[in-house]
Design a protein around this ligand. Structure first.
Ligand code: PGA
Length: 250
C-alpha cells in the first residue's frame, strides 16, 4: 500500500475562472502544508491558465479532463496535448465514463489519446469500470480486462510508468452509492493481476490504482485503508474546498 495517496479533483463542467480561483485560494489555506499526499486539481480547460498561476509554489498539480488524440490541426473545438501541457498540466484524465457514454468514446479512441498524451510527457489517469447491468451480470472482471487490454494496446513498459488506473464503477459515479472498500479492493487486485500478465510483477506493484465513485470525506479514510487503493478520483466532493481538503488531509 502506497503511503502517499494520489487524490484527484475532477471538477467536470463546473466552476468559472473566478470560482476556480476562489476555490484554490481557500483550499491552499485548508490543506496541510506537510500533507504527504499528491493532490491534483482538474478544472475546465478555460480555467487552467489562471489555476496554474494560483498554484505556483503550492504542492498541488494541475490536470486536464480530456484532450484530442491528434497533435494539432483542423479539429474545431478540440484541444491538444501540447496545449494542456503548456497550460500547466502534469496529468490528463482519459476514458472517463461520461466521455464514453455521452461522447461515444471507444477503447480504441481512448488508446490513441493515451499514446498521444504519453508522447507529450503527460501522466494519464485512465478511467475504467463497469455499468450496473454489467456488475449484475457478473461481467465486471471481463469488462475491466477488455478496457485495459484495448486502452493500453501498444503502450510499452516505459509508457505504463506514467499511467494511473482509475477504477470507477459507473453505478457509483455521482450516485452517492460508493463501492464498498471490499468491492473496490477486489477490482483493484484484479487490475494488478491483469497488469502482471500484460507487463510484469514490478509494473503490477508500482502502478497507482485509484478509486472513483461517490468518494467523500466520510468514506475516504476507509477506502484509503485498503491495501490496493492508492488514492481517489473525486467529482462532487471535490467542488467544495472544505470537503476536498478534509479528504486530502488524510
Ligand atoms: P463523483 O464522480 O465523485 O461525483 O461520484 C467521480 C468521477 O466521475 O470521477
Amino acid at each position: 500500500m502506497a503511503a502517499k495517496k494520489l487524490i484527484v479533483a475532477n471538477w467536470k463542467m463546473n466552476k468559472t475562472a473566478k470560482e476556480a480561483a476562489s476555490f484554490i485560494t481557500d483550499f491552499k489555506k485548508l490543506v496541510f502544508n506537510e500533507n504527504p499526499n499528491e493532490i491534483v486539481i482538474c478544472p475546465a480547460f478555460i480555467c487552467l491558465n489562471e489555476s496554474k498561476k494560483l498554484l505556483k509554489g503550492a504542492k498541488i498539480s494541475l490536470g486536464a479532463q480530456n484532450m484530442h488524440f491528434e497533435e494539432k490541426g483542423a479539429f474545431t473545438g478540440e484541444i491538444s496535448a501540447s496545449m494542456i501541457k503548456d497550460a500547466g498540466c502534469k496529468y490528463v484524465i482519459l476514458g472517463h465514463s461520461e466521455r464514453r457514454n455521452y461522447f461515444s468514446e471507444s477503447n480504441e479512441l481512448i488508446n490513441k489519446k493515451v499514446k498521444t498524451a504519453l508522447k507529450n510527457g503527460l501522466k494519464v489517469i485512465l478511467c475504467i469500470g463497469e455499468s450496473l447491468r454489467q456488475r449484475e451480470n457478473s461481467e465486471t472482471m471481463n469488462i475491466i480486462q477488455n478496457q485495459i487490454d484495448n486502452c493500453l494496446k501498444t503502450v510499452g513498459g516505459e509508457g505504463i510508468r506514467n499511467v494511473i488506473i482509475a477504477y470507477e464503477p459507473v453505478w457509483a459515479i455521482g450516485t452517492g452509492k460508493n463501492a464498498t472498500p471490499e468491492q473496490a479492493e477486489e477490482a483493484h487486485q484484479h487490475i494488478r493481476k491483469i497488469l502482471a500478465e500484460l507487463y510484469n510483477a514490478i509494473v503490477s506493484k508500482d502502478t497507482r490504482i485509484i478509486y472513483g465513485g461517490s468518494v467523500n470525506a466520510d468514506n475516504s479514510k476507509e477506502l484509503f485503508s485498503m491495501e490496493n487503493i492508492d488514492g481517489a478520483l473525486i467529482g462532487g466532493a471535490s467542488l467544495d474546498a472544505k470537503s476536498f481538503a478534509k479528504i486530502c488531509n488524510y
